[in-house]
Write a protein that binds this ligand. Structure first.
Ligand code: HEM
Ligand SMILES: [Cu+2]
Length: 653
């Protein structure tokens, strides 16, 4: 702490009247005004983060309804409930929704809400970019769901393989909807990633050096880098290549004209495999603080977990060909990707051993978040094992495109993504709302969900080994697949009931749950050092930390830094590695331009589906928005001289 100089004055030394006055002024400066206009213009990362989480959860429900429709169709042989064309649209919309509109946005949303709170910051680095990302995502949702309701939903699967998705085989606009939807979601993900990277690098609490960053924040940081490398591949592939092939005959993927169909698979999976880790590294990041809190001890192997995250991110970009083992690629290449696919199991195992060691040496309490963590371990390990099986080329060639793969992917996504997410929602719900979720309903939710997931997806392994292909809308009774499909559909009904119980719990608890207080679980992270829900400015003073578990290690109140202005939105930036106070920056106020620009993106990308000239119109309209945005930002970010009495905060030039 000596490195921080004498800007560190103990919280206890502040006069109570000064503290109250400070809080009042901050409240006026940082709060979003009431009303619809302010609601649209808000740049508060918590308002946007919560909105994002709720929207992404609504997408989980939408994807779930689609799943229920599919399971109803497959429940018995030769069923006519949906029909082939609807079934194609629904499985494509389900996969697309779950991956692009639920899982990734949910994980980035949790980051956008919690990263600033966990690192003791008042805001994200780019609040308006954050708003822009959310609105872009929402425009994408609108596109896909209007298409679904008007019978124009994409129908060539969530990875839209060419040549099936070229105009020759997919005339009309269904595939264009998919291609542009992907672009919206990738832009939104990139906005979130850039924001998280800069926020984590520049806005950590004084004293939070890199070896004290909370592990959820580490996971978010690593994933943000993955997004920066992965998303441009698919955004370019979908918009500049696939959509351009379809709209203006670019012929990237049309072999008869010199194009290459496998190029699409490479581009898609270069993004698609990392996408899986983009979903579950943050999910695993939620597990660590939960295990720590309910075992009452710091996690075993902080450094190992950080390295495991980085190693996973690195290897994740070297596996994509395992989705292409059924294509005629050279065998040596296949072997390399088999090896890489096996190697990536190691860092995941490292994390799992760290948690087991933590539980072993701690005193675990089986709260609802902990139950979901155990459910995650069980389900995810099962999915991991079938993943290792599929990494073997001979096995993969047998199981490719069967329900075995559907079983595998749901074990990892529900086990490694959704279960930790539920754990996290129970854990952090009090921070969002100020109230605790009910325990009894939580346990019902957990057990029904765990049973439902296994009853739904375990039989699919057997069906797949028995030869049932994925993406078929029905099958003959003589195949003998009927009974296991019925069982699977009953499992899906169980999942539905468990999710309804969760929703009931949320509604009841949000209205009348037990009041949580700032730190209901006695957890150690900085997000628990402020009120629940946090005030608009998050923290009245920047907290100063000197360990990785500040609320456990600080024996009295945490010391704070003073000197930030309260008459305008001001944030403290710190140095990248040591988190030494560096400068004061002003943070933008409400703005309409993010919303306006997201609408312009809608004109560009949705318009381009119909006529290429909309691209020009939309771009011209967005110039006005960029100008407005830039104009606004020239005012508050003045390069004024900043000096605290002791000179610990220096001038930026
Ligand atoms: C909540 C319970 C869920 C059920 C009952 C369910 C059911 C299904 C079924 C039956 C299929 C296969 C359709 C077919 O090939 O004919 C499928 C495909 C798929 N599901 Fe789920 N699913 C669920 C949750 C999820 C979640 C949470 C995710 C991702 C986060 C997900 C991602 C996918 C993907 C990517 C596909 C492949 C779509 C395609 O073939 O293009 N599902 N799901
Ligand atoms: Cu993969």
């Amino acid at each position: 702490m000596s490195a921080l100089g004498n800007s560190t004055i103990d919280g206890g030394a502040l006069a109570p009247e000064a503290v109250a006055q400070n809080a009042g002024a901050l409240e006026r400066t940082w709060s979003t005004k009431p009303g619809v206009w302010a609601w649209v213009c808000t740049v508060d990362h918590k308002v946007i983060g919560r909105r994002y989480v709720i929207t992404a959860f609504a997408m989980f429900l939408a994807g779930g309804i689609e799943a229920a429709l599919m399971r109803a169709q497959l429940a018995r042989p030769e069923n006519g409930f949906l029909g082939a064309d609807r079934y194609n649209q629904i499985f494509t919309t389900h996969g697309t929704t779950m991956m692009f509109l639920f899982a990734v946005p949910m994980m980035t949303a949790m980051g956008l809400y919690f990263v600033p709170l966990m690192i003791g910051a008042r805001s994200v680095a780019f609040p308006r970019l954050n708003a822009f990302g959310y609105w872009t995502y929402l425009v994408g949702i609108g596109l896909l769901y209007v298409a679904l309701l008007t019978n124009h939903a994409p129908d060539t699967g969530w990875f839209a393989y060419v040549p099936l998705s070229e105009t020759l085989y997919a005339p009309g606009h269904r595939v264009d909807v998919w291609a542009q939807l992907v672009t919206f979601t990738e832009i939104a993900a990139l906005c979130a990633a850039v924001n998280i990277i800069v926020t984590v690098f520049k806005m950590r609490a004084p004293g939070m050096s890199v070896n004290r960053i909370p592990l959820f924040v580490w996971a978010q940081l690593v994933v943000a880098f993955m997004i920066v490398f992965a998303m441009p591949a698919v955004a370019a592939g979908s918009t500049l290549m696939l959509a351009a092939d379809r709209a203006i005959h670019m012929q990237w993927f049309i072999p008869a004209r010199g194009g290459d169909v496998l190029l699409w698979q490479h581009i898609f999976w270069f993004f698609g495999h990392p996408e899986v880790y983009i979903i579950f590294l943050p999910a695993l990041g939620m597990v660590t603080p939960i295990v720590e809190t309910f075992c009452r001890r710091p996690v075993v192997g902080y450094g190992a977990i950080v390295m495991a995250n980085i190693a996973t991110a690195f290897f994740a970009f070297g596996l994509w060909v395992h989705h292409m083992f059924a294509t005629p690629l050279p065998e040596l290449g296949d072997s390399l990707f088999t090896a890489a696919s096996l190697v990536i199991a190691i860092p995941s195992a490292v994390q799992i051993f760290c948690w087991i060691a933590t539980m072993w040496t701690g005193r675990p309490r089986l709260t609802v978040p902990m139950l979901f963590v155990l459910g995650f371990l069980f389900t995810f390990i099962n999915g991991g094992i079938t993943g290792v099986m599929l990494a073997s080329v001979p096995f993969d060639r047998q199981a490719h495109d069967t329900f075995f793969v559907v079983a595998h992917l749901h074990y990892v996504l529900l086990g490694g993504g959704v279960m930790p997410l539920f754990a996290g929602l129970y854990f952090w719900f009090p921070k969002f709302t100020g109230r605790l979720l009910r325990n009894g309903l939580g346990k019902w939710h957990f057990w029904l969900f765990l049973i439902g997931v296994n009853v739904t997806f375990f039989p699919m392994h057997i069906l797949g080994l028995d030869g049932m292909p994925r993406r078929i809308y029905t099958y003959l009774a003589s195949t003998g697949w009927g009974p296991l499909n019925l069982l699977s559909s009953l499992g899906a009904a169980t999942i539905a009931i468990s999710v309804i119980i969760f929703l009931v719990n949320v509604v009841l608890s949000w209205r009348g749950g037990a009041v949580a207080g700032p730190n209901p679980w006695g957890a150690s992270g900085l997000e628990w050092a402020t009120a629940s829900p946090p005030p608009p400015y998050n923290f009245a003073y920047p907290l100063i930390v000197s360990s990785a578990h500040p609320l456990w290690d600080a024996h009295a109140a945490l010391p704070v830094a003073t000197g930030l202005r309260t008459d305008r939105r001001e944030v403290l930036t710190t140095t990248t590695f040591d988190a030494r106070p560096d400068a004061r920056h002003s943070s933008p106020r409400e703005s309409i331009w993010p919303f306006y620009l997201a609408l312009c993106m809608g004109v560009v990308f949705i318009g381009s589906i119909f006529r290429p000239y909309w691209v020009l119109i939309g771009t011209a309209l967005s110039l006005a928005g960029l100008f407005g945005w830039g104009w606004q930002s020239t005012r508050p970010i003045e390069r004024e001289r900043i000096a605290l009495p002791n000179g610990a905060l220096v001038e930026r030039t």
